[in-house]
Design a protein around this ligand. Structure first.
Ligand SMILES: Cc1ncc(COP(=O)(O)O)c(C=O)c1O
Length: 377
């Protein structure tokens, strides 16, 4: 039986046609018609006028902070409950992250953010992270940030295809960053996109992404640049993937629904709450296991699944608990710490079959004490 992965790539079947177009046109470069078209199509999808295709979501976050003017000596408020890439981008600029805990939506807590801004006057920007497809509450964050002139960078790496108050995710901040890493809702194998309503910021990021070359015939540089652009070949894959994005999101939402139904009667197992202000893409379905009630715990479930060649993964280990960020300021309690202790991401890829999903649930339930399989184990 093939291993069940957490969130593997799911091809649309149109990738080869697009790749053939790219190869036959001889645009085997980090620019070209596929890149231009991918930027245009993604911009339309997320309803933000300017988009820049990049080598990764991490590159998009890094350039976004630079064009916002963040640099050495600054501080940037950042969700603690995230993947390290969000916080790393802050460090790349020479700035320092100030971590903020989550609220009941698992995304950054606007009240704690306000406290962070009061306690750290050196904060120049907010890096807000949409988590497992669920958007932050951007109205609440803007109410805290706008009066202080703090721009919001939306890390939408996990939320392509989600909605915030009816609008596509990615356009809620001053800039938004997407990822097309291999485990995301759609993939280019590796890639990212930076979007903004501010055309000047995207133009500046575009220049920085190609080694900050000045518009003269020879190579002239007035600032430090990067080699961050997306290949025309990968953009071709991205276009083929974008065509099926709505279907892929709908499937992940159905998978999430089915997990909820199949586990509804299981005591001690709860799901990531759905915030009332939006609709998540259900990139990964996440559960929280209460060991007292469930008769099992996060790690037992993970190991039981692994023994059957099924991949699952603990929720993000918060940044304030990461050795590499030891000593960084952290505002708030231990919501994210508790989620890390008890939370698990279940296989959620859009190609997951119903029978595979039932198998996942069956093994999960069998890890409880007193059940047949745990007694025989
Ligand atoms: C929240 C978050 N931010 C940033 C990234 C970085 O994106 P990439 O892997 O494309 O660099 C990811 C995922 O990989 C992510 O999940």
């Amino acid at each position: 039986m093939a291993r069940i992965l957490l969130s593997p790539p799911h091809l649309s079947g149109r990738e080869l046609d697009r790749l053939r177009e790219a190869v036959e046109s001889n645009w085997i470069a980090p620019l070209g018609p596929q890149v231009d078209a991918f930027e245009k199509e993604l911009a339309e999808f997320v309803d933000v006028p300017n988009a820049l295709a990049l080598a990764s979501g991490s590159a998009a976050l890094h350039l976004a902070l630079i064009v916002l003017g963040v640099g050495a000596g600054d501080e940037v408020a950042c969700a603690s409950f995230t993947f390290s890439s969000s916080a790393n981008a802050i460090v790349y600029t020479g700035a320092r992250p100030v971590f903020v805990d989550s609220d009941e939506t698992w995304t950054i807590d606007p009240e704690l953010l306000e406290r962070a801004l009061d306690e750290h006057p050196g904060i120049r920007a907010l890096l807000a992270v949409d988590l497992y497809g669920q958007c932050c509450d951007y109205d609440a964050l803007a109410a805290v940030c706008e009066p202080r002139g703090i721009p919001i960078l939306q890390d939408a790496a996990e939320s392509l295809g989600s909605a915030y108050r009816g609008a596509p995710a990615g356009g809620q901040g001053a800039l938004g960053a997407f990822s097309f890493n291999g485990n995301k809702v759609i993939t280019t194998s590796g890639g990212g996109m930076l979007v903004s309503r501010n055309a000047d910021w995207i133009a500046h990021a575009r220049k920085l992404s190609t080694q900050a070359r000045e518009p003269v015939p020879h190579y002239e540089h007035t600032e430090i640049g990067f080699n961050y652009r997306l290949s025309n070949l990968l953009a071709a894959v991205g276009r083929a993937q974008l065509e099926v994005l709505p279907e892929r999101v709908a499937t992940r939402q159905e998978i999430n629904e089915r997990y909820r139904e199949l586990l509804a009667a299981a005591p001690g197992i709860s799901f990531m709450p759905d915030a009332e202000y939006g609709r998540g893409n259900c990139w990964l379905t996440c559960i929280v296991v209460d060991p007292e009630e469930a008769g099992t715990d996060r790690e037992r479930i993970r190991l039981a699944l692994e023994a059957e060649d099924i991949e699952s993964r603990p929720l993000w280990k918060p940044m304030h608990l990461q050795p590499v960020f030891r000593g960084a300021p952290m505002v708030g309690g231990d919501v994210s710490g508790g989620l890390f202790e008890r939370g698990l991401c279940l296989p959620s890829g859009s190609a997951l079959t119903e029978s595979d999903q039932e198998r996942v649930v069956e093994i999960l339930l069998s890890s409880r004490t007193g059940t047949k399989s745990s007694q025989s184990a």
